[in-house]
Design a protein. Structure first.
Length: 442
């Protein structure tokens, strides 16, 4: 992976930090604002239950390594989560300072401060056991859930192999999170710590194709499924297959890996979730003249977080509400416009096109961001693993599926939540797998 880190193109200069890191004096001042609440609602609001008052107190006392190790004990992807977590609705949203009409403690930036220092000084993840246990666990997918499960199990001495069809690990952290939130090189650097524990990574392996699940079942004692979601939903309108129509996740992956040149002209993004806003802001920063987000409903209905919406407005993104794309016009040489129609919301919530309201929106690129489908083709091959609405059914306390040999976590279980939720799922499953294997060994 070190070689890969050196090959990643440097595009960080185009994408300045969304939340710049603290300088040391400001971090100390901010950490001393914390009231060290005994019931710590911030800790309860964190899916990985990081002991927030404890690590902040260590920052205040100058023990940055201790702060980082305490954070990592709960969340092995703490560096990326410090950047991408929606802290406004999680830990910082639960801060008691709100009740005092004061600004909440900037927990995310303090966590990043501790983790940046840990990385700067060459910190390593600790082993929790000196044992070299014979039991083997396979993790399918190299996203946050699998990485958390793999790290937990390896730290306890088990043999862990992570499989992924892509050439780089990290899942959406590497390929799908906006560069201004989490640079690709930082995602890979964090995962390098997990590799250094002794976790084996096998890239370019398509489970269900080159390697069958039956082979994995024969070779490994337990299997963790962390495959995320599958193909993106397509627009399915005339012209949606033209070369200038690029799905949002593909667009983000392309520019993060250096495949997208600077953008000129206008860009239209369809959809108003967090990924749509990530793509829109990226297009703007890459040089688009104007970026418009089309959404068929109103501001109150969007799935993006409010702070994401406000960030988009600050970046100059235009929102066009109650508008439905009907066709993309252009040729193999390029897109000319998106044909749209205005809609109204009926009493029953359905959408009704407004007669005579059609118009064309000039653009050179269209980026659909309308969600992903479950990875049913692979999941259906998992023997005796129940699915419900395309999601893997698990015991939420353990991550175990209806097949005792299989565990699962992340988006393939929850339908698409936050990175920190996937990490919590993976760690929970790792703890349970270790306990079951230790009991069986005894």
């Amino acid at each position: 992976m070190q070689e890969l880190l050196q090959q990643v193109p440097e595009i960080a200069e185009i994408f300045s930090d969304l939340h710049p890191p603290f300088e040391a004096p400001m971090a100390v001042i901010e950490s001393n604002r914390c009231l060290n609440c005994f019931d710590a609602p911030c800790t309860g609001a964190c899916p990985t239950h990081i002991d927030v008052p404890k690590f902040i107190k260590k920052i205040a006392s100058g023990n940055l390594r201790g702060a980082a190790l305490g954070i990592l004990d709960a969340n092995v992807l703490a560096s990326s989560c410090a950047r991408v977590c929606p802290v406004e609705v999680l830990c910082e949203g639960a801060c008691v300072m709100h009740g005092l009409n004061e600004r909440p403690i900037e927990i995310g930036r303090l966590q990043r401060f501790a983790m940046d220092d840990f990385d700067l000084h060459g910190g390593k993840l600790p082993q929790r056991s000196d044992e070299n246990r014979p039991e083997k666990i396979a993790c399918i997918g190299a996203g946050p859930a699998s990485l958390a499960a793999a790290a937990e199990l390896k730290q306890q001495g088990f043999q862990v192999t992570v499989f992924d069809k892509r050439p780089l690990p990290g899942g959406l952290n590497t390929y799908g999170v906006a560069e201004y939130k989490l640079p690709l090189v930082d995602s890979l650097r964090e995962i390098e710590l997990i590799r250094e524990l002794g976790v084996e990574f096998r890239f370019g392996v398509e489970i269900g194709d080159e390697t069958s699940l039956a082979e994995l079942e024969a070779e490994f004692d337990m299997i963790f499924i962390g495959v995320g979601l599958g193909a993106v939903h397509r627009l399915n309108i005339p012209g949606s297959s033209l070369p200038g129509v690029v799905e949002a996740l593909q667009f983000i992956e392309d520019y993060k890996t250096g495949k997208t040149p600077e953008i000129a002209g206008n860009v239209v993004v369809v959809g108003a979730g967090n990924t749509a806003i990530d793509a829109a802001i990226a297009a703007k920063r890459l040089g688009a003249k104007e970026v418009s987000i089309l959404y068929r409903r109103t501001r109150e209905h969007i799935s993006a977080f409010d702070f994401e919406y406000r960030q988009a407005l600050q970046e100059g993104i235009r929102f066009i509400w109650l508008t439905q794309p009907m066709a993309v016009h252009g040729s193999a040489d390029g897109i000319i416009s998106v044909e749209c129609v205005r809609v109204e919301i009926a009493v029953d919530g359905s959408l009704k096109p407004i007669e005579g309201s059609g118009f064309h929106l000039d653009c050179g690129m269209v980026i659909p961001a309308i969600g992903q489908a479950p990875m049913l083709e692979l999941l259906a091959q998992c023997r005796n693993v129940d699915l419900e609405h395309g999601r893997v059914v698990v015991d939420r306390a353990t991550g175990q599926t209806t097949n005792p040999k299989y565990f699962a976590g992340g988006d393939c279980v929850n339908g698409g939540r936050e990175v920190v939720d996937a990490v919590a799922d993976g760690k929970r499953a790792g703890v349970t797998i270790a306990r079951l294997l230790e009991a069986a060994y005894v």
